[in-house]
Write a protein that binds this ligand. Structure first.
Ligand code: SF4
Ligand code: SF4
Length: 96
């Protein structure tokens, strides 16, 4: 069987997006977070977190979250409040 690449696998997912984010950042803690330690910016497989250099802020595109929980563990400051999306919302995985 042919192996799929990560982008190909991600393409198979579907999302039901809630109005509000299930990923809440403590922005003050993030502003104190040294650039070299901003794990959220490179560890997320879905690239949910992006640094906006102009606004000097982290943009959270929660709509594409895979609910893997990696960012919560990787954040060195515990600045991330991570909840499961409300029932019926979030990512839907397809297997096979
Ligand atoms: S790693 Fe944590 S504290 Fe640092 S920028 Fe990301 S969410 Fe904020
Ligand atoms: S839970 Fe996983 S996919 Fe969602 S934002 Fe965190 S690292 Fe990215």
């Amino acid at each position: 069987m042919e192996k799929k690449t990560l982008p190909e696998k991600l393409f198979l997912l579907s999302f039901k997006v809630d109005r509000t984010s299930h990923l809440i950042l403590d922005k003050e803690a993030c502003m104190r977070c040294p650039e070299s330690e901003r794990a959220c910016l490179w560890i997320c497989p879905s690239e949910v977190y992006k640094w906006d250099a102009e606004k000097r802020d982290i943009i959270v595109s929660y709509e594409g979250c895979l609910e893997c929980g990696t960012c919560r563990i990787a954040c060195p400051s515990g600045a991330l409040e991570w909840r499961n999306p409300r029932g019926g919302f979030g990512v839907a995985y397809r297997f096979g």
